[in-house]
Design a protein around this ligand. Structure first.
Ligand code: FES
Ligand code: FES
Length: 181
């Protein structure tokens, strides 16, 4: 009679190579490791935050080959060979802040700051997406690939995947608008 004892899946490790904030990193990772955990637990890059771990809050947002992603939903082994930029990699090598980071300071766009790294990574991508003419749900119809001028409504829509429990939204919107000009 066949055994009914459930089998426990064995951990499988794979070599994974990522370019993180411009630096090549080689890791051996359990195939179930998320990109967020690889960044935080294995590479010590704790700027990206684990809020919900379910793709709902945006606190873990990083740039993956230039596109924003919720890193809690991405398996690191599935993006072998990719470029990742976290909030730690946005400033200039000489320490000068990215203009969106400076705008967050100038507009008092964070309170507890937990959501801030994800907000900033998302904002950087949102500004670029608009400049490239990628429409959002509130962009009026127009010729394709025409740069979208960001309005408050556009910023709110494009940043809607990032939640802030402190509700620093007015400052966040003002900061993204300023950095987009
Ligand atoms: S921690 Fe990834 S979306 Fe919330
Ligand atoms: S600044 Fe506190 S959650 Fe956004």
């Amino acid at each position: 009679m066949p055994s009914t004892t459930p089998t426990v899946a064995q951990a499988v490790e794979l070599p994974v190579e990522l370019t993180v904030n411009g630096e090549r990193r080689e890791l051996s990772l359990d195939t179930r490791t998320t990109l967020l955990d690889a960044l935080r637990e294995r590479l010590g890059l704790t700027g990206s935050k684990k809020g919900c771990d379910h793709g709902q809050c945006g606190a873990c947002t990083v740039l993956l080959d230039g596109e924003r992603v919720n890193s809690c939903l991405v398996l690191a082994a599935s993006v072998d060979g990719s470029r990742v930029v976290t909030v730690e990699g946005l400033a200039e090598p000489d320490g000068r802040l990215h203009r969106l980071q400076q705008a967050f300071i100038d507009h008092d766009a964070f309170q507890c700051g937990y959501c801030t790294p994800g907000q900033i990574c998302s904002g950087v991508a949102a500004i670029r997406e608009a400049a490239e003419g990628r429409p959002s749900a509130v962009t009026p119809p127009g010729p394709p690939e025409t740069p979208v001028r960001l309005s408050e409504e556009e910023v709110r829509e494009r940043m809607s995947g990032n939640l802030c429990r402190c509700a620093a939204y007015p400052g966040i919107v003002a900061a993204v608008l300023e950095a987009s000009r």
